[in-house]
Design a protein around this ligand. Sequence first.
Ligand code: GAP
Length: 578
Amino acid sequence: MSLCKRRGFIFQSSEIYGGINGFWDYGPLGAELKRNVKEAWWRAMVSQRDDIVGLEATIIMSPKIWKASGHVDTFADLMRECPLTKKRVRADQVEPQSGTVVRYSGISHAGNASSKNFAVLLPPGKPIESARKIANQFYTENGHSDFILLGEQVEKVENSVDFHPESGVMLTEARPFNLMFKTYVGPLESEDNVAYLRPETAQAIFAQFKNVLETSRQKVPFGIAQIGKAFRNEVTPRNFTFRSREFEQMELEYFIKPDEAVEAICGTAAAPASKDHPGEPQPNWGWQLWHQYWVEERIKFYDSIGLPRAMLEEYWQKPDELAHYARATVDILYKFPFGAQELEGIAARSDFDLSQHQRFSGKAMGVFDDELKAAWEKLPKERQEALRGRYYENRKKYLAKTARPNETHEQIDKQAREDADALAKGQYIPHVIEPSAGVDRLILALICNAYAEDQAPDEKGKMETRIVLKFHPRVAPIKVAVFPLLKNKPELVAKAKSVRDILRRHMSVFYDEAGAIGRRYRRQDEIGTPFCVTIDFETLGEKGETLADTVTLRDRDSMKQERLKISELLPFLLSKLC
Ligand code: GAP
């Protein structure tokens, strides 16, 4: 964190006013790093593929979207509150504490009693008077005066998670707390004008699914990708930027055919045969293979920007951890210094999302698949019935789970039958695989992963500790630094500036002429610049023709230096960045 601030990667938001919890700003180098990461993602997910297109939707959307997605009703964390300070903690994140608990059954006041309980945990060594002081403060702040504390009881506890970590006061019962930030659209602050800052970018993709499908000439299977801000009023933001209240996501919704359609077309829906990358997508893939494909593609992506597989873990959510609509979810964890934690989740979300938007908006979200229609007509009767039956059961399960209170079994059954009939005519609601990554978490992982300290000689040859950020050149904020050996030699400066100008059209270059060359190298090491180029007297041809127009290229990690022709510099550097 200190390096991030010192070198201009990440600053606390609103720092001059004391900061604002859960919000972070990216300084000059952080902004470059973030852009590089987002560009690498976009390149891998959109530009280099034929089957994925992009979207850039608004942050504020119709609140009906969040009703349909379930966020209004269920996007909540259970939280507990300190009744004295009103500070809240996530119920599943209370640090265990040990000590002496002092409980009060209430107070007596001018002959009347109040039975409002209060308890506080005293750490070892604290006198009981401090518990009385806190209890007095609590009852006073609750509007009482001239009272006496009742029913004082003292008890030892070990590893209790019932007390606020700062105040020691017994927490309230857990209550759900919706994480969406609310605002109002227009000048009237009325319930009708409530809107939310999006808590994920994904829902815009579902809401625009039909428009994208109709305008992009894509056919299922295909994907829609989006990068953008998301907002969550996290109860306890923590671990630097890891859990923030404003952050960015890079999300892909990859739409696939339901397995019944794949089976009708290809005979079977292929399932994973091993844990390896399944290779190029095939028409006969069922949802499990698509899911595995995306898990492996994403791990490949992390490796390509310098997060090796060895630093990642795959966590397959257990059946009781899965969201009710998810068929499988794999979390990709990075081994952060504070433990292995989620970087990205890859969920097989069935046809839940588009179905919800169809039900809530009344607009059809299904697609027509002529391949399916043609294949279906050629299927034997009993095969048609088997596939139709399975599709009907799946649709009924979804419809029953999300039924409105006034919906009857008959209505659900009728709808499921209609959906199954539509399948036989080549129509279905696509299923989706969702790789959803956080930009800020990835930045934090890249910084943690890049940070290294080693020993290197200083100007006088004495060994000193070198701090180096070993970013992959693809994401490094500055790709190359260009130095004239001396700043008071105009020929060296002019030549160095001409090299800078050649490179600058293609990558971020830092030009530095101040200080001893060793110090300049160290500064670049600390911000993760993979290469430094020095222009010296050899470059000017003063030490013979053979070295004229050559430069010293120094590698950040090995600290090795080699001479290279200026004309070779750009192709060499570009080969490291592609
Ligand atoms: N659409 C699915 C979705 O939003 P999620 O697991 O809640 O799933 C996806 O979020 C990713 O977004 C996470 O893996 C994480 O990288 C990032 N993310 C979520 N909440 C975050 C927060 N409070 N601060 C920073 N990143 C967050």
